[in-house]
Design a protein around this ligand. Sequence first.
Ligand SMILES: CC(C)(COP(=O)(O)OP(=O)(O)OC[C@H]1O[C@@H](n2cnc3c(N)ncnc32)[C@H](O)[C@@H]1OP(=O)(O)O)[C@@H](O)C(=O)NCCC(=O)NCCS
Length: 153
Amino acid sequence: MSGERPLRIRAVTEADLPHIVRLDADAFPHGPYPFFVLRQLLTACTGLVYVVDDGSDLYGYVLGTAPNDAQSWVLSLAITPRLRGKGFGRELMTRLLGQLRAKGAHSVRLSVEPRNDSAIALYRSLGFVADPGGPHPDYFGPGEDRLLMTLAL
Ligand SMILES: CC(C)(COP(=O)(O)OP(=O)(O)OC[C@H]1O[C@@H](n2cnc3c(N)ncnc32)[C@H](O)[C@@H]1OP(=O)(O)O)[C@@H](O)C(=O)NCCC(=O)NCCS
């Protein structure tokens, strides 16, 4: 990291793509988005992707979808391991949720691994509520259960 350079949240640019690929692979070693998916998501989600930047490197990103029938999805959130627990995940989510609200979203959905306590705690603290009935079995394939959560904006 950066120790000296101040970190800030800013909108993504195309030049950030390789850094986002790396961040994603570090955060989700068992199932990162393939390069071609991330490239297309950055294009499809213009204005709804934010990064943590110190001017020389990136340390986190969040990616949301434009509202469809007033509903958006958060498709990714990741902070580099050594900068976790310092408020950047919350800052990224807050920035994205504000933008989704401005674009007319009335609700935001996401999926999270049911044992991902830190992410679930963050989402609950932002007002996300888990779908009743518990995790959705095999949501991402055999053995890949996911908890689905919704925030009413
Ligand atoms: C989940 C993740 C994005 C959180 O980012 P972060 O910058 O570490 O989180 P923050 O410092 O902003 O903390 C926000 C809240 O998350 C929760 N949280 C963060 N770390 C936690 C931990 N170790 N244990 C429990 N709760 C934790 C707390 O509710 C915290 O709020 P508080 O600081 O008011 O107590 C980060 O841990 C990460 O990148 N994990 C790997 C990728 C991942 O799981 N992404 C989510 C996929 S759905």
